[in-house]
Design a protein. Structure first.
Length: 384
C-alpha cells in the first residue's frame, strides 16, 4: 500500500487553514462582541489599540500569556491541567465534516482524483460525528470544576452536565427532520438537497430548536448558568487564570463559530447561492457570510436577554424543547410517509406549516402560563 503524498499534503494544509481560521475567528469574535454590543447599547466600544480597536485581541492575548497561573491547594493536578484542553480540542475539530464551498478543480489533482472538496472530509456519518464530538466538551467543564477543589466550581461543573443532558437531546432530535428530508447523514449531501429550497423553510421548528439548544451548548447568555457570577463567583473556571482560563474562553467562542457553521450548513443552504456554479469560490463567501450573520445574532441575544433562573432553564429544555422536537419528528415522518406522488417539496412545505402551527401553540401556551402564587411564610420574620 503506497501513500499518496499529494493528498496527504493537501489534507495537512487544509487542516492548518481550518485551525488558523478558527483561532483567528476566536480572537476577533471578542472584538466583534464588544463592538456589536456597544452599538446595541449606545456605547462607544473599543476604539484604542489600533484602528477601530482591532489590536485589542492582541493585547488581551499578551496579557493572558504573562498573567500568573495558580493552582488551588488540594486540586487534582493532572485533571486540573487537562480539563481546558479537553474542552477546546472538540471545539476545534467539529468543523472537519462541514463543507466550506463546492468542489473546485486544482492543477495538482489528476482527472482520476477528481476536483478538490473545500472541506477536510465528507463522511457519510457526518451528523453522528458532530453529535459525538460536541458531547465530549462538557467533560472538560465538569472535570475542571471537580478538579478545582472548590464548591462554586463543582456546582458550575454539575450545572454544565445537567444543562448538556437537557439540551443535547432536543439538539439531536432537531437534526432528524433534516436527516429524513436529505436522506443522508453526509453534510455535503444535506447541502446539495437544499438547492431548490433551504431547510429552514421546510423545518422552521427544527431550526429554532437547534439554534436555542446550540446557544445552551455553548453556555452563552441567557444559558450561561455554569458560570453565573451572581451565584457561583465565576462557576467552573473560578480557580483558573492565565492561559488555562484563555483556553476555556477560547472554547466558548470557537463553539459559537462551530454552531453557527453547522446551522448554516443544515438549514441555510450551506455554501449555496447565486452564481456559485459559474464562480465556485463564491460559495466560501456565502458560507462565511451566513455564519457571520448567525454570530452577530448570538451577540444580539446576549446583549438583550437576561439570564434565566436555573429551574426555568431546565424546565424549558425538558418541558418545552423536548416535546416540540419529538412533535417535529413525528410530523415530518408522517408527512413523508403519506406522500402520494413522491413530491418531496410539497410534503416538506406541509411539514413546515405544521411546525409553525406547533410553534404558535407553544408560544401562546407559554405566555398564558400563570406564575405560581407567592405563599406568605407561616412563621413571622420578626419576633415581637
Amino acid at each position: 500500500m503506497t501513500i499518496d503524498w499529494t493528498l496527504l499534503i493537501e489534507w495537512v494544509v487544509k487542516s492548518v487553514i481550518s485551525i488558523a481560521v478558527m483561532l483567528a475567528g476566536f480572537a476577533y469574535m471578542t472584538w466583534a462582541e464588544r463592538k456589536v454590543a456597544a452599538k446595541l447599547q449606545t456605547r462607544i466600544g473599543p476604539n484604542r489599540r489600533g484602528p477601530f480597536g482591532l489590536l485589542f485581541p492582541v493585547a488581551d492575548g499578551l496579557k493572558l500569556i504573562f498573567k500568573e497561573e495558580t493552582m488551588p491547594i488540594g486540586a487534582d493536578k493532572w485533571v486540573f491541567i487537562l480539563a481546558p484542553m479537553i474542552t477546546v480540542v472538540p471545539a476545534l475539530v467539529v468543523l472537519a465534516v462541514v463543507p466550506w464551498g463546492p468542489s473546485i478543480v486544482v492543477p495538482w489533482r489528476t482527472p482520476e482524483m477528481g476536483p478538490m472538496p473545500l472541506g477536510l472530509a465528507d463522511l457519510n456519518v457526518g451528523l453522528m460525528y458532530i453529535l459525538s464530538v460536541t458531547s465530549i466538551a462538557v467533560y472538560g467543564v465538569a472535570l475542571g470544576g471537580w478538579a478545582s477543589n472548590n464548591k462554586y466550581a463543582t456546582l458550575g461543573g454539575l450545572r454544565a452536565s445537567a444543562q448538556m443532558i437537557a439540551y443535547e437531546i432536543p439538539l439531536g432530535l432537531s437534526m432528524i427532520g433534516v436527516l429524513m428530508l436529505a436522506g443522508s447523514m453526509s453534510m455535503g449531501d444535506i447541502v446539495a438537497a437544499q438547492k431548490p429550497i433551504w431547510f429552514v423553510a421546510l423545518q422552521p421548528l427544527a431550526a429554532l430548536i437547534f439554534y436555542i439548544a446550540g446557544l445552551a451548548e455553548t453556555n452563552r447568555a441567557p444559558f450561561d448558568m455554569p458560570e453565573a457570577e451572581q451565584e457561583l463567583t465565576a462557576g467552573f473556571h473560578t480557580e483558573y487564570g492565565g492561559m488555562k482560563f484563555a483556553m476555556f474562553f477560547m472554547a466558548e467562542y470557537v463553539k459559537m463559530i462551530g454552531v453557527s457553521a453547522i446551522f448554516t450548513t443544515m438549514f441555510l443552504g450551506g455554501w449555496q447561492g447565486p452564481f456559485v456554479e459559474q464562480v465556485p469560490l463564491l460559495g466560501i463567501v456565502y458560507f462565511w457570510g451566513k455564519t457571520i450573520v448567525s454570530l452577530i445574532f448570538m451577540i444580539w441575544v446576549r446583549s438583550t436577554l437576561p439570564r434565566l433562573r436555573y429551574d426555568r432553564l431546565m424546565a424549558f429544555g425538558w418541558k418545552v424543547l423536548l416535546p416540540l422536537a419529538l412533535a417535529n419528528v413525528v410530523l415530518t415522518a408522517a408527512a413523508l410517509v403519506s406522500r402520494s406522488e413522491g413530491n418531496a417539496l410539497v410534503v416538506g412545505i406541509v411539514a413546515g406549516i405544521l411546525g409553525l402551527i406547533v410553534i404558535v401553540i407553544a408560544v401562546v401556551g407559554w405566555s398564558r402560563k400563570r406564575e405560581r402564587p407567592v405563599v406568605a411564610p407561616s412563621v413571622p420574620l420578626v419576633k415581637n
